[in-house]
Design a protein around this ligand. Structure first.
Ligand SMILES: Cc1ncc(COP(=O)(O)O)c(C=O)c1O
Length: 379
């Protein structure tokens, strides 16, 4: 196979037209206001609220998703050292936010269908120290929302979703951010939609949002009153300008992603040893934020590491999101794990995320698929 002339990376930031960014930066300069509750931030939040279908008073914006999740856990009034049940199949930031908030992650099993937390495993892991559940809608695939809410209600636990991958996802017409006590979205540059660096918390509890808004601004509650636990997790006017420039293309970005994923899925559907997660049901408006495949070494003829290496030789750079499982990395080695996690391990051992970003052409998608298919034929 002929390699690509230029490297095809697993993702590339979406760049809105530079003229649009210039116009917004002109406004920032004209206002002479770079950060601290500026007018562009207010406009960005308002626009995002419209796109997400969430009230502005049920949303707060932060410097990034990790800090947003950490601060939200701090704001929930949980006892220090309390246990938070979460998934091992996630990005390191989920675990770090829990630890940085003075809590202890407990890793439990995931579901084979969508790699999200298995509610039965969650319930079985609850003990007298458990204070919260932090499920992850991994790759934008919604968790078992009703079952998890039911468990949280019955055991009086806080339910904070890591919805970092979920911009544009809704269930039965409701934003995924409307579920649980709160949800965290990441608008990092490599996400499907971004503001360079930014995190969003949504919560049906406006009081939680008010407390968070104080804490992200050093704890200021008026000119002289400062509440404890504050930090600096604000978003600047420059970030808001880039975010606003991306907002205009929100629906086009989602539409392109849908087309790319549909093409990938159609091309790879019958490749022996390449499995795809089933798409979420018709009640879900999905965002196709990642393109994960599962490589079965027996049937495919090589494992996901070897396929990653082979594609690299052809100038295609994939990523093994999320290998290794968090409970297997040094930073979390001391944290409790409930059970052997055979499903999570099976997924993490086989997963490989193929390139997907706005400018990736359909021809490139076809060529990447041919590379994957041909490797199988030559195995
Ligand atoms: C599952 C998950 N949680 C949390 C984060 C952290 O988000 P941020 O980069 O905005 O801090 C990320 C992403 O980068 C992620 O993939």
């Amino acid at each position: 196979m002929t390699p690509f002339d230029q490297p095809i990376l697993v993702t590339r930031p979406y760049l809105p037209p530079i003229e649009r960014v210039h116009a917004l930066l002109d406004e920032v300069w004209h206002n002479h206001w770079l950060t601290n509750r500026g007018p562009l931030l207010a406009r960005f939040q308002q626009t995002l609220a419209g796109l997400f279908g969430i009230d502005t008073n049920q949303m707060a914006l932060f410097a990034n998703g990790t800090l947003a999740m950490d601060l939200t856990l701090r704001t929930m009034g949980l006892p220090p050292g309390g246990r938070v049940i979460t998934t091992p199949f996630t990005f390191v930031a989920t675990g770090s936010a829990i630890v940085n908030a003075g809590l202890e992650p407990v890793f439990v099993e995931t579901r084979p269908e969508d790699a999200t937390l298995d509610p039965q495993a969650v319930e079985a892991a609850i003990d007298e120290r458990t204070v919260a559940i932090a499920p992850v809608h991994v790759f934008g695939m919604p968790c078992q929302l009703d079952a998890l809410q039911d468990i949280a209600d019955r055991h009086n636990l806080r339910l904070l979703y890591d919805a970092a991958h979920c911009t544009g996802v809704s269930v039965n017409g409701q934003s995924i951010g409307a579920f649980g006590h709160a949800s965290m979205f990441s608008l990092h540059a490599t996400k499907l939609f971004h503001a360079v660096e930014c995190g969003v918390i949504t919560s049906p509890d406006p009081d939680l949002i008010r407390r968070l808004s104080r804490l992200k601004n050093f704890g200021y509650d008026g000119p002289v009153r400062i509440v404890p636990g504050g930090t600096n997790a604000k978003i600047s006017e420059v970030h808001a300008a880039v975010g606003l420039a991306c907002c205009e293309d929100f629906h086009a970005i989602l539409q392109r992603r849908r087309e790319q994923a549909t093409r990938y899925r159609r091309n790879l559907a019958d490749t022996p040893g390449i499995d795809l997660f089933p798409l979420p049901g018709p009640e879900v408006e999905y965002n196709y934020s990642y393109m994960p495949i599962l490589v079965d070494p027996e049937q495919y003829g090589c494992d996901s590491d070897q396929l990653e290496q082979r594609l690299k030789e052809l100038n295609v750079f994939t990523r093994r999101y999320f290998f290794p499982l968090l409970n297997d990395v040094e930073a979390f080695a001391h944290c409790p794990v409930r059970g052997e996690l055979p499903v999570a391990r099976h997924i993490a051992d086989r997963v490989l995320c193929l390139p997907v970003y706005h400018e990736l052409t359909m021809d490139a998608v076809d060529r990447i698929c041919e590379m994957v298919i041909q490797r199988q034929q030559s195995a």
